[in-house]
Design a protein around this ligand. Structure first.
Ligand SMILES: *Cc1c(COP(=O)(O)O)cnc(C)c1O
Length: 689
């Protein structure tokens, strides 16, 4: 952790440090406000590519704040920065997930509108009935909203496990909406799904393993219910990207063609072949190329037609998930993007299925898709604050005299001589001299203060070279590392493992940017380091026009007036306590993380679930519909079997024993117990209130 993120009024060392930093930062602040004139919000728009990934929901206003238009093109917008400030005033701290229900509704409307349009355009003689795969984000309030917004479209739910089936059956009350039952099944799963028919629901049991068909036949006899059955096929169409292995012979799920024929025969022998009504396939998530989708639909349509010809009572074709999200806004088949839009997707599905069915004179099926990512990603914005920064030293190197060690003189000479003509050579010289001086130090030939001078000179050289590089059009390959070496580290009040697990686990890219000060030039290049004490707890890959960049442009932190040590007004004790950062608040947000991140997030270092608020747009403003408080320390500790009362009791006993031995004063013991107990009841993240 950065020292500067905590300020202790009793520690003069830190205060001294702070006042130096203050002076330095005031200068920087002045420079920044001078630069302000030339930098515009349009420059920020371009830099962070917000139109590419954010349209029509996110943009930047004239004040330099990110704004949210939850209803997309339908109008109405909210200033995200002001929203965060007003949520904080309600005592709900960062990090914070803000859910925009209107965005969720817009996504569901859009998906259905795209299929309606495609169906009209190709005169397709059946309908679309989508389902939301619950695994993408199972939060009750979200699933309930999806059910509500989906009602006009008979939008259903997909379950991939027994617990998700329990959610789907309880939550879905839309007549004729489908409950697609995927995943591994046992007798209980199958019977429960079948019995849901008696509640007026439409469950479809998708056979993913050959054995499941026997369980279904047995349950059907036992309960005297005719199930609706589907089969999931392993397509041979090759997937793309991270989830390419979802298809092909070695795929984990689904049946190969001989197995499907076996299932057909078993159902026929049991006299219930007419229960087989659905064909399902899934070629993986985040399909970045439309060609993969087309190939899959073509293969799937043929299998559908064949099943109908084999005598199955085919009614539904379920094309699975995979509809991508354009995380980097590049509209390419790069893994963080997609080279098609939702309308292209719907058009291709409708057109391919229609063609295959017409050719063989088969009635076209009800089309089902299981889009998770494309429905749930946009509605959630994760806002977090920056606690502090670690930067490469910026002070000028000292002059090296003729009597000092030769290596110091060499490095000094290199430093002084750096120019446009020799910077590349100087770069390598500086590295070499530094390495040599470390060896000299290790063998006792250089003192600690010599080594300090070496490091100052070394950073001085890099700074000079960086300035030259800023103005040059061409950066030699061997100097590309320099930017990374010189980058700042911004410490963020977040756990990557809890809030952006895919960024850690599979290098997924999410758009991340400041939500204010966007009318100022971001003068720093930085990576983000989180609160965990794990060196993997960082974000150092960011979206870019071409593939990825390793540094994010951020604004120089401003030192807060309220933390200035010589501040004229006398602070009360309470005010002093309220300060955890010496900086003015600087808020960043991660966008498009509404799918998978919340449930995959883990409790590394016991950072728990974050606060969530649900925002609904109103004609003149908005309302906070729900607040779901993040985990307290008591809660996360209970997940690992600690009982907070026993913990307090243990500390109380130990304090009592220390008091007896006069190792602690009564005042100290009171503060210790107070802090211990209030920590247990509070948020696991750092707070400034
Ligand atoms: C995960 C999954 C989905 C959702 O995929 P998205 O790419 O998020 O739309 C759909 N169907 C099945 C079978 C899945 O496993």
């Amino acid at each position: 952790m950065n020292l500067h993120s905590t300020i202790n009024p009793n520690n003069s060392e830190i205060l001294n440090n702070t006042s130096l930093t203050n002076i330095y930062n005031r200068e920087i602040n002045q420079i920044n406000s001078q630069q302000k004139t030339s930098w515009t919000v349009e420059d920020s728009e371009k830099l962070y590519r917000i139109q590419g990934w954010g349209s029509p929901y996110f943009s930047i206003n004239a004040a330099g704040h990110v704004t949210v238009s939850p209803k997309g093109d339908l109008g109405g917008s909210i200033d995200l920065y002001e929203l965060v400030e007003s949520i904080k005033q309600r005592n709900i701290g960062l990090p914070l997930i803000i859910r925009f229900s209107d965005i969720l509704e817009d996504r569901i409307e859009r998906l259905n509108a795209c299929f309606s349009k495609a169906i009209a355009r190709y005169k397709y003689k059946n309908t679309y009935r989508g389902v939301y795969p619950v695994k993408c984000n199972q939060n009750r309030l979200l699933v309930e909203e999806i059910v509500k917004f989906g009602q006009p479209h008979k939008f259903g739910l997909e379950a991939g496990s027994k617990p998700e089936l329990l959610i789907a059956i309880a939550a879905l009350n839309t007549t004729d909406a489908l409950i697609i039952c995927n995943g591994y099944k046992d007798r209980e799963y199958i019977e429960t799904a079948m019995l849901a028919q008696r509640l007026g629901k439409t469950p479809i049991l998708v056979i993913e393993q050959v054995e499941e068909v026997n369980l279904a036949i047995e349950a059907s006899r036992k309960l005297n219910i005719q199930p609706v059955v589907g089969v999931r096929v392993k397509l041979s169409t090759k997937g793309i990207g991270r989830w390419a292995g979802t298809t092909g012979d070695r795929a984990k799920f689904g049946l190969n063609i001989p197995e499907i024929i076996q299932v057909v025969n078993q159902l026929k022998n049991a006299g219930i072949l007419d229960s087989l009504q659905l064909l399902h396939f899934h070629v993986g998530s985040q399909i970045s190329s439309i060609n993969v989708i087309k190939d899959a639909i073509r293969e799937g349509s043929q299998i559908y037609v064949e099943l109908a010809q084999l005598g199955a009572n085919m009614k539904y074709l379920d094309v699975g998930g995979g509809l991508g999200v354009d995380y980097d806004g590049s509209k390419t088949n790069f893994y963080a993007s997609k080279n098609y839009d939702m309308q292209n997707y719907a058009n291709d599905i409708v057109a391919e299925v229609k063609e295959a069915c017409e050719e063989k004179n088969i009635l076209p099926p009800i089309l089902v898709s299981e889009s998770g990512r494309a429905v749930a990603s946009h509605q959630s914005v994760l806002v977090f604050d920056v606690l502090g920064v670690s930067q490469m030293p910026k002070e000028e190197p000292v002059v090296i005299g003729k009597d000092e060690h030769l290596i110091l003189q060499n490095l000094y000479e290199t430093y002084q001589s750096i120019s446009k003509d020799n910077y590349q050579e100087a770069y390598h010289d500086a590295i070499q001299f530094k390495e040599e001086s470390i060896s000299l130090f290790n063998f006792g030939y250089l003192s600690m203060s010599d080594r300090a001078k070496v490091e100052q000179l070394y950073w001085g050289c890099f700074r000079k070279i960086q300035t030259i590089l800023k103005d040059s059009e061409y950066i030699p390959d061997d100097l590309e590392e320099l930017e990374k070496i010189m980058a700042s580290i911004y410490y963020i009040n977040l756990s990557v493992f809890q809030s952006a697990p895919d960024s850690w686990a599979i290098n997924q890219l999410f758009p991340i940017m400041p939500i204010h000060r966007l009318d100022e030039e971001p003068a720093e290049r930085a990576i983000l380091a989180d609160l965990t004490c794990d060196s993997d707890g960082k974000i150092d890959q960011f979206i870019d026009l071409r593939e990825i960049k390793s540094l994010l442009e951020l604004h120089t932190l401003k030192v807060s007036d309220r933390s200035a040590p010589n501040s004229t007004h006398q602070k009360s004790v309470n005010e002093q306590k309220a300060i955890t950062s010496i900086y003015e608040p600087y808020y960043l947000a991660m966008f498009l993380g509404g799918g998978y991140q919340e449930i995959m997030g883990n409790l590394h270092n016991l950072f728990g679930g974050v606060n969530v608020v649900h925002i609904k747009l109103k004609p003149s403003s908005y309302t906070i519909e729900h607040v779901v408080k993040g985990d307290t320390m008591t809660e996360v500790l209970s997940y690992v079997q600690y009982n907070s009362e026993s913990l307090v009791e243990s500390i109380r006993c130990q304090t009592e024993a220390a008091l007896q031995k006069e190792k602690i004063t009564i005042q100290e013991s009171r503060i210790l117990l107070q802090n211990y107990e209030s920590s247990l009841a509070s948020y696991t993240y750092l707070s400034d209130s």
